[in-house]
Design a protein around this ligand. Sequence first.
Ligand SMILES: *Cc1c(COP(=O)(O)O)cnc(C)c1O
Length: 421
Amino acid sequence: MPSPKSSPAQQIDQQAQQLDSTDKLSALKSQFELPENGVYLDGNSLGALPIIAKQRALETVELQWGRDLIASWNKHHWIDLPITVGEKIARLIGAGVGQTICCDSISVNLFKLICAALAKQPGRTTVLSQVDNFPTDLYMVQGIESLLSQERCQLKSVNANNIEQSLTEEVAVLLVTQVNYRTGYIHDMAKLTKLAHAKGILVIWDLAHSAGVLDLKLDDCQVDFAVGCSYKYLNGGPGAPGFIYVAKRHLSHFKQPLSGWMGHSQPFQFSPTFESDKSISQCLTGTPAIISMSILDAALEVFTAVDMSDVMSKSKALTSFFMQGLKTLKLDQELTCISPQSAELRGSQVALTHPYAFAICQALIAHKVVADFRAPEVLRLGFAPLYISFENVATALHRLKKIMQNKEYLKAEFQQQGKVT
Ligand SMILES: *Cc1c(COP(=O)(O)O)cnc(C)c1O
């Protein structure tokens, strides 16, 4: 317990120590390569490098590609990677076997699933989504709209709090991102899926900011379809392939339009006619990015003995501690928190708004606290439970306090914007 005489900053340090001492996941941090004296709060954009993944990268390039060359497809099971990696992800998202496969990016996988879901809903044309969804999700629907014509696909985007009342019988597909990429708001997967099904609507969940951090139960929630990426909380590395989930009950009447040879039931028969084996493999399109996928396969080893309910509990504790710290240091008077106050409704991030959000973010980076900026004025801090300690959070709070107190964000050097924010 902090003594009554300690300063607000000292109270935060004491609480951090206390919380770290009872953290079940604290040992995992040593499995990652992390900046010295820095705090990496951007694991929601690009997860940190697991040491085991670095070793795998060398092995895949030097020993497999370099020495065994094409024999590696069989010898090192490259051909099975989409399935083996898919099953490792399945365990983390509450999916039984045979429904999850690793391939392509979220954007491409959304194309496959939106088309496949629309095809299962003759007479219905609307794809309903949140207006503040991640842009690619909306862009992909817009692309399908122009490909198929509005007679077969029409995007309807509504405010996130109007989704429930917009679930009407014209809606073919509900496309919803579970955790809002800006605010971190979590949509109720069980409830929305159930409400949608009651109106005959199929649901695609985007798990970009959920997989690897929330305790997901896709099968229990009766989810139809889902997509996710692996370079955020799954730590698969830049541009690592994403994943697709198709519920078992849909696999036998499922047809996605990017029917490439890898999705064929017997790709090495080189038949001129596409035919699938009705398994989750029909979601594959072309040759998998083996180097990336092999690195991801290794990165997922970090999760082996980890219980996702512990990960989610720590996520809530980290963001709660940060938000409490903002109040203790009176930073909440200057920075407005737009993430839900209730931990139950909050993903593993905290979003703060300020007219100088971009420059504050740059100043934090100069002080080795890596966060990111989302236009127009959001400073976003991600708390990856596998490698962020409460001491890290305390350090970030102290450095942020200093930047705000000294108005360091007014310096010219922090105003320069790069291509990637
Ligand atoms: C990060 C993110 C994406 C990224 O899509 P890619 O095709 O993998 O680049 C998509 N949707 C959401 C909600 C995201 O947060």
